[in-house]
Each structure stands twice: as C-alpha cells, then as structure tokens.
Write a protein that binds this ligand. Structure first.
Ligand SMILES: [Zn+2]
Length: 145
C-alpha cells in the first residue's frame, strides 16, 4: 500500500459506484480505511436520498417570480410619440404647400433628400430614446430596488 489514501472526491466516486482514477482504483481494494469511508459516504447518500424536500415558511416560487421582470409590450411607444407629431407636421406641410413644393422640387431633389434626412433623424432619435429608457428600466430591475 504505497499510494496515499483516496481524496474525498474519489471516496464519493467510489460510494456512487462511478469509475475511479487508476491509482485510486488500485488502492481501494487493499485499504480498509478507504473502504470504510466509502461505505460511510454510501450510507450518507442513501439517507440523503430519502430526505423530504425542503419546506420554506414562505412561498419561494412567488418570491422569485415577484423579482422577475414583467413582460412588457414590445411596441415602441416613445417612437410613436415622436413619429406622430413629425408625420403630422410633414403631412400638414405637404397639404398646405404640396403644389408649390412639387413645382419647386422638380429642380431641387437636394431639398427633398434633406427633408427625408430630417425625418429619418427624428425616427432614429426616437428609437434611441426608447432603447435608453428600456435599458434604464432593465438596470433598475436587475438592481432589485
Ligand atoms: Zn486508503
């Protein structure tokens, strides 16, 4: 018996009838001390398997569920709040000056591109605000405050 005694991990593997490392497998049959410790682990595992599940004085599932983020509608309301006034202004502008604008824009495609760029910038800004608000809400939920 030149090998050292089995580690706790190896003793637990032996108790669970799991494959042991070669040195441990060679040591165990000749060592009454390790066999006794493995038998003690075997009895411990058997006793633990028959324990009733833990019971809490409170509803654990309800407490955990209360901490989880609530499902929210995926619709970006901030984007709508920005886009509706922008589209209203654009619509009113086109209704009032559509005929004049059409005549002017025949030769001024640059102006139309700039207008579309402004509208796109408003939409992107609205989306960024929505993402920022969502990020802040999620960070608050993660802090459990
Ligand atoms: Zn031993």
């Amino acid at each position: 018996m030149t090998q050292p005694h089995l580690s706790d991990d190896d003793l637990q593997l032996a108790a669970a009838a799991a494959p042991l490392p070669a040195a441990a497998a060679a040591h165990l049959p000749g060592c009454p001390r390790c066999q006794a410790q493995a038998a003690a682990y075997r009895q411990l595992f058997a006793a633990a398997a028959h324990l009733p599940p833990p019971a809490f004085a409170f509803d654990l599932a309800a407490a955990v569920l209360a901490q989880l983020p609530r499902p929210r509608p995926a619709f970006p309301w901030v984007l709508v709040a920005v886009a509706v006034p922008v589209l209203g202004v654009v619509g009113a502008f086109l209704a009032l000056f559509g005929d004049v604008l059409g005549q002017v824009l025949h030769g001024l495609s640059y102006g139309l591109g700039a207008g579309l760029g402004v509208v796109a910038a408003f939409l992107v800004a609205g989306q960024c605000l929505e993402l920022l608000a969502r990020h802040r809400r999620q960070m608050r939920l993660l802090a459990f405050s």
